[in-house]
Ligand binder design. Sequence first.
Ligand code: 13P
Length: 258
Amino acid sequence: MKYTKALVVGNWKLNPGTSIEAKSLALAIKKHVAKYKETQVVVAPPFLFIPDVARNLTKTEVKLGAQDAHFEERGACTGEVSPVMLATFGVTYVIVGHSERRALGETNKQVNLKIQTILKRKQTPIVCIGEKVRDSQGLFFNEIEEQVRSLAEKLTPVMLSRIVIAYEPIWAIGTGATATAEDVKEMQLFIVSVLTKIYERKVAAKVHLIYGGSVKSSNALELYQEGGMNGFLVGGASLQAKEFAAIVAMTLPKEAKK
Ligand code: 13P
């Protein structure tokens, strides 16, 4: 069931190469999604390009995201960027726990601390979870359960209602191997069932879930209609404005009803 506006987030990762390209990508996305007001669109450029992209996202509903943030607001944390700093540039969404960050050592515990700091700043954390591989016994569900339980630690029901959980199976990221709509639906039910062990049913059922992993305009409609999640976290396809806008279009209420 879809309770809130769909959310489509473009995670630009380590792209594009220059600030000029970042600005023109932001402008192109702004233009192509201008008429899709029923879905919330977010772009998450590399930190360095955030100020320039912010200047190009005026007079638009497109929101600015960051790809990570530290859990401390300030202090002796060399090389880090805090949610407070990001807020000064208008960043309202922050991705945490992306598998590409977890591969560099980010732990469930750190992800949980980041969520708390980001919520304190009234920004929206987009918390990534996902299994490395799928085994025929379904042991990968244990990995997901551990990630869900850990992200929810110390989160009140109100805090849970303010986060977005992005299910991104690692084997589907950048590989072209998308999870099927059935896989996504099964995982939506599973994540809600884990949350139901921690929160009341109606609180758990309302959590905002999105899917990521090789989403393209060609598979987005089926994933959206049948996957039970309310939006997408898009990597590669978010670097082409038209393709990204076409994915956004698939989440519009009238498209999704077809
Ligand atoms: P791709 O869409 O390139 O598979 O990347 C998904 C992703 O990791 C978004 O955060």
